[in-house]
Design a protein around this ligand. Sequence first.
Ligand code: URA
Length: 257
Amino acid sequence: MRVDLQVRHRYMQAMGIPVWMPKVQSIPLLPEENPSPTLPLSGKGAREIDSFSSPDKGRLGGVSSDFATLSWQDLRTAVQSCTRCALSKTRTQTVFGAGNQQAAWMIIGEAPGAEEDRQGEPFVGKAGQLLNNMLLAIGMPRETVYIANVLKCRPPNNRDPQADEAANCRGYLERQIALVNPSLILVVGRIAAQNLLQTTAPLARLRGQEHRAPLSGTPVVVTYHPAYLLRQPSDKRKAWQDLLFAREVFARHAPTH
Ligand code: URA
C-alpha cells in the first residue's frame, strides 16, 4: 500500500516532526522518502512468497519452547492462566497482544503499562497513541500490524523487566512470532530490543542495522520507544529515519507479488 504524501505529512506533523512541503506540486520530501511504487507494504499478496531464507525457519515453526505447537487460542489461554513469575500476583490481567494475525509487520514493545494492564491491550496509553501515529506515518496503520510485548504482565510501578520474567515469557513471544510469521519485526526501545535479540548492546548500536530474530530468522529493525519520544521529542526525526529504514529492509525481504 502506498500512502499519500499528504497523509504522511499530516501524521509527521502529528508526531511533531517538522516537514517541508512544496506549495504547488507534491514531490518527495526527502530522497529516501520516495517509496517504490510496487512496494507491498501490507495486504495478503505481501505474504504469499517468502523471499528471505533463514536456517532456523521451519524448525518447530521457529519456536524452541513448550508452546511450539499451540494454536492462537491455546496460546492465549496459556498466557491468561500463567503463574510462572510473581508478576501474575500483581497484574490486573494479562496483555496478550493484538492486531492482524497475518500481519507483514510485527511490533514488539517492552511490557504493559498501567493503561494496558487495565484494558488488556498493548500500547493503548499515550505512548500507544504516538505509536499509532508513527505506524500511520509509515503507511502501516495499527490495524494492519500485530503488536505484542516481551512481557505479558505489567511490572509494578513500570519498572524494567527482570531477566527471569523475560525468560519465563519468552516462549509466548516466540510462538506469537512463529504464528504471525511477519516479514519484518519493528522493536521499540532498548529493553525490548535487548531481550528479543539477546544482547546487551546499547540502543545507539542497535538502531540503523538489520538484525535477525533468534529462531525465526525474521528481519528486525530497532527504534526508540514511543514513551521515550514523548519525553524527548527532538529524537522523533531520528525515529522517522528508523521507520524509513524499516520500510527499506521490508522491501528487501518482502514478497514481490
Ligand atoms: N509500553 C510498552 O512497551 N508496551 C505497551 O504495551 C505499552 C507501553
